[in-house]
Design a binder for this molecule. Structure first.
Ligand code: ADP
Ligand code: MG
Length: 321
């Protein structure tokens, strides 16, 4: 039998680059499963190891239309065989369905913005009638700000929906959500690794809605084209030293109840100081410049956590012998 290792399930080379570096640094054995296309022999047994699922809700935008669906076949197969899966099928379910995220958040008393889910263009317009003030649209299956647009009137939404510019969510579900106006233009993203709080990062939103923290996105390439302005003086991402809030414990419970061990959860604070949580990223990325300034490193923590998981696998095997 070949030696147990860490298997990374993903579909985006660029996003695993920092993880590869952390594995190399920590001398951990790993293999990548690029699950864009392939064959799953369901009747076979998976190899021994720790499987880390990094499938992304935005995989279809990289021409990997069925990567998430393929992964949704592979994860139950791994789980059937009792393999150690980090961010398994329940995490993937949340990753690709924002309403499912909101249901889990609300179950644990975490406030989410008022949201309607609409299928069909006419229904998108109809749903928007519910809002008196400004509202935003977004894709139910999204990531990197897909379909996020701010509207101040029903007319503007109607024009957009009827125009060729309207872009439907890949799952056909458009969310309409009350616009949470922050006092200062930033959101907070709370990172968890191994189910534990790692750090919180403040993200400047004054330049746009696409807030992918990965460095490949920050250079403004085709994957994250919006809102990059090198002349901006303040860094877009800033780790908040000693962030402390009761929301951490609530998020920890939501994640634990859903077998999510690695994730970044985002909230906005409105003008009255109320927190609204609106996004759980089970496939999270870290901003290296912000991390370097703070001296804390997400991918190193992920690699170390996976390394510990692999080690305890060895101990379980030894105990069973
Ligand atoms: N209800 C809202 N009110 C104000 N801004 C929002 C709201 N929802 C999203 N945004 C802005 O849009 C960004 C992307 O939205 P998000 O729901 O995180 O989608 P994605 O999953 O694509 O990242 C957020 O980080 C935030 O800046
Ligand atoms: Mg987000």
């Amino acid at each position: 039998m070949s030696q147990a290792k860490i298997y990374v399930i993903h579909e985006n080379e660029a996003w695993v680059e920092p993880l590869r570096a952390a594995f190399a640094e920590q001398q951990l054995p790993y293999e990548e499963w690029h699950l864009d296309q392939g064959v799953l022999d369901f009747s076979s047994a998976p190899p021994q190891g720790v499987f880390y699922n990094r499938m992304s809700a935005s995989s279809h935008t990289r021409d990997h239309r069925y990567a998430a669906e393929y992964t949704s076949c592979v994860l139950p197969w791994l789980e059937l065989h009792g393999r150690r899966v980090v961010n398994g099928s329940r995490a993937l379910r949340l990753e690709i369905n924002k309403i499912a995220q909101y249901a889990e958040l609300q179950r644990f008393g975490v406030r989410v913005p008022r949201t309607l889910a609409a299928v069909g263009r006419d229904h998108v317009v109809e749903a928007a009638r519910q809002f008196k003030g400004s509202f935003i649209t977004k894709h139910n299956r999204a990531g990197k700000g897909l379909g996020v647009r701010l509207f101040h009137s029903l007319d503007a939404l109607e024009n957009y929906v009827k125009s060729p510019v309207f872009e439907d969510s890949v799952d056909g579900v458009t969310l309409l959500q009350e616009y949470i106006k922050a006092t200062e233009p930033f959101i907070t993203r709370v990172e968890f690794v191994g189910g534990q709080f790692l750090y919180a990062v403040r993200v400047d939103t004054s330049l746009g809605f696409e807030l992918c923290p990965a460095d490949v996105c920050e250079v403004g390439d085709a994957m994250c084209p919006v809102g990059e302005n090198p002349s901006s003086a303040a860094p877009r991402f800033e780790v908040i030293p000693s962030f402390s809030s009761p929301i951490i414990e609530r998020y920890r419970k939501v994640l634990a109840a859903n077998d999510v061990e690695v994730a970044g959860v985002e909230f906005i604070t409105d003008e009255s100081g109320e927190l609204y949580t609106y996004d759980i990223n089970t496939n999270t990325n870290y901003n290296s410049a912000a991390e370097a300034r703070a001296g804390t490193y997400g991918m190193r923590a992920v690699a170390a956590f996976l390394g510990r998981s692999l080690e305890s696998l060895g101990r379980i095997d030894a105990a069973a012998d």
